[in-house]
Design a protein. Structure first.
Length: 585
């Protein structure tokens, strides 16, 4: 498992150092390092280093997200509180045409905190306050890789800033010899920021052209190619603090083009999706410990496609979350309603409780339900290797979680939780037998998922940071996969997942970082090379004396050259090494 973009140490900085500043019910560890990245790394590089998020990457050109063992359809992104959807297929849920240097550290939301988000979990980003950053990066590596990026931010007054960003990257043979990759992006940003109020206007454009041999369950003896193009406009505003009283809202418009070709089969399809969205949420604290939280959202989705047809649907939702807080106890009891075009609404209970056992230890429990509509690929897609199912209905999830979290000292924080999730009308892509040439979009009924998560943050000194996460997942799939030969997504998951991120600054001008992932995957009849995967990335950064504005980075991805198949039957990418120069002024 390996990514195309440079995995710089600054990405690990964003995932490690800023994670220590996350607000808990217990005292907060304060870390002086900034969450601002020092380059314009791609979003998937940041996600790779985030504990609790599993990035399943097809050579870096296409990336699926998984949270708590979810299929790619159950996880996605939000920006400034706006949940980002793709009605064609959730394979593009991790697309965000914004450089990571402009964004906060990712925040993983599940259960009660996932209002209006994706089915199982949502990775949230916020636009950072502007600070007059100006940076340029260029690099090259093995497989004929090269990349350049530019980010310029200028404060035109004490409260108003404008920004511009652009970049490109390319590579040859990222996994299969003919799977080349090109990406270009450009955009502008305007921000008003004063006291506790921030307003952002963002406009961005991105294009990708990549070889897709072996992707999406297509046999790897067939060359394929895919071109995507995205346009996004986002206007968001926030006042207050999301951990106290706040008001937040936004509107967005996204347009996504996806062209896919299999020349030897004379097969091609052309998709266009348009999504217009708006949301408004907040919290007000009243007298006697009572408060009201709410979240409302609405979106209109349209597709025009030779592969999935011409479609239009609208959905909306509203959550009302009354809360009561005492000296040590906080209770939340509310409801979320989801409303759709042409189908019945869903009413979803939302319950939670937290109790401070001591100043440094909190126990918590929650119950939350969520729902997603099938993508139009799951409903209508027909190709030589995949077949949609027009009879699929809304997929619902019911998740219960209990656990503990705490900060035992100024150099450590931790969280331990156990969860149970029941998914109804669960959708998976499956093969019925060994001779089948088609992956079928299948309703496998109810699927019970049991899991445990443990996370530990250790900050013994200002020059050393470490995050360790372990996830155990068990899916009661005996009935779900009865009579089926192989699963491509929902029943293909890591039973054991260990993630380690570390940063060490041994001397003033040298920084060393690593991201290590170990997984033991569930059995799959079409996976080759075993069920154990190890992904390792190492980065060394050096700032020369008297040249503080320049940083040289050396990196290695998939350091052990592991051949584990992240997607069953699909070749993994090999080892990759690169070097880059970043200039900041």
């Amino acid at each position: 498992m390996k990514n195309i973009s440079v995995t710089t140490l600054s990405v690990i900085l964003a995932a490690l150092w800023a994670s220590a500043t996350e607000t808990n019910s217990t005292p907060v560890i304060t870390v002086t390092a900034s969450a601002q990245t020092a380059d314009s790394a791609a979003i998937h590089d940041v996600l790779k280093a985030e504990p609790g998020v599993l990035l399943n990457s097809r050579g870096g050109s296409q990336n699926d997200l998984s949270i708590r063992g979810s299929s790619f359809s159950g996880a996605g992104l939000s920006l400034g509180g706006m949940t980002l959807h793709n009605p064609q297929t959730e394979h593009f849920n991790a697309e965000l045409p914004v450089p990571a240097a402009m964004l906060s550290r990712p925040s993983v939301r599940t259960g009660l905190g996932n209002q209006g988000g994706h089915l199982v979990g949502t990775v949230g980003f916020d636009l950072l306050p502007m600070s007059g950053t100006k940076q340029f990066e260029a690099g090259f590596g093995t497989d004929h890789r090269d990349w350049q990026s530019l980010l310029v931010q200028q404060m035109v007054s004490e409260t108003l800033g404008v920004g511009f960003f652009a970049g490109r990257e390319s590579a040859s043979g990222v996994d299969y010899p003919d799977n080349d990759y090109d990406r270009e992006y450009i955009g502008g940003h305007m921000q008003f920021h004063k006291d506790d109020t921030q307003v952002d206007l963002l406009i961005s454009h991105q294009e990708k052209d990549f070889g897709a041999r072996g992707y999406y369950g297509v046999p790897d003896n067939r060359a394929a190619n895919e071109l995507t193009e995205e346009n996004m406009v986002l206007l968001s505003a926030m006042r207050g603090d999301v951990n106290a009283d706040y008001l937040r809202g936004g509107i967005s418009w996204r347009e996504f083009y996806d062209d896919y070709y299999i020349p030897s089969w004379m097969y091609e399809n052309h998709h266009r999706s348009r999504v217009s969205s708006a949301f408004f949420d907040g919290r007000t604290i009243a007298i006697n410990g009572f408060a009201l939280g709410w979240h409302s959202d609405v979106s209109e989705e349209r597709t025009a496609s030779t592969g999935v047809g011409w479609n239009h649907r609208t959905r909306g939702g509203i959550s009302l979350l009354p809360q009561w807080s005492g000296d040590r106890l906080k209770l939340t009891a509310g409801m979320r309603g989801e409303f759709f075009t042409d189908i019945s609404p869903e009413y979803l209970p939302q319950l939670g409780a937290e109790y401070m056992l001591s100043d440094n230890l909190t126990t918590f429990a929650s119950y939350a339900e969520s729902v997603r509509l099938p993508s139009y690929t799951e409903l209508n897609y027909t190709s030589p290797s995949s077949l949609g199912n027009a009879g699929l209905g809304p997929q619902t999830s019911q998740q219960t979680e209990i656990g503990f979290k705490g900060i035992p000292s100024e150099s450590m924080d931790w969280k331990l939780s156990a969860f149970y999730r029941r998914s109804k009308n669960t959708i998976d892509w499956q093969k019925l037998d060994a001779n089948s040439t088609l992956w079928n979009a299948t309703d496998i009924g109810s699927l019970d998922t049991f899991g445990t998560e443990a996370r530990l943050g250790w900050y013994p000194a200002q020059n050393l940071e470490m995050q360790v996460a372990y996830t155990w997942i068990y899916k009661d799939k005996d009935a779900a996969d009865s009579g089926n030969y192989a699963s491509l997504y929902a029943l293909d998951y890591p039973e054991h997942l260990v993630q380690v991120s570390a940063l060490w600054k041994p001397v003033e001008r040298v920084e060393l970082g690593t991201v290590q992932t170990f997984r033991f995957q569930a059995d799959n009849n079409i996976r080759e090379h075993g069920s154990v995967g190890t992904d390792s990335s190492f980065v060394v950064r050096y700032t020369p004396p008297k040249v503080d504005f320049a940083t040289i980075s050396l990196l290695v991805n998939n350091a052990w050259d592991d051949d584990f198949q992240v997607f069953p039957g699909q070749r993994s990418a090999g080892r990759y090494a690169g070097i880059s120069l970043a200039l900041n002024w």
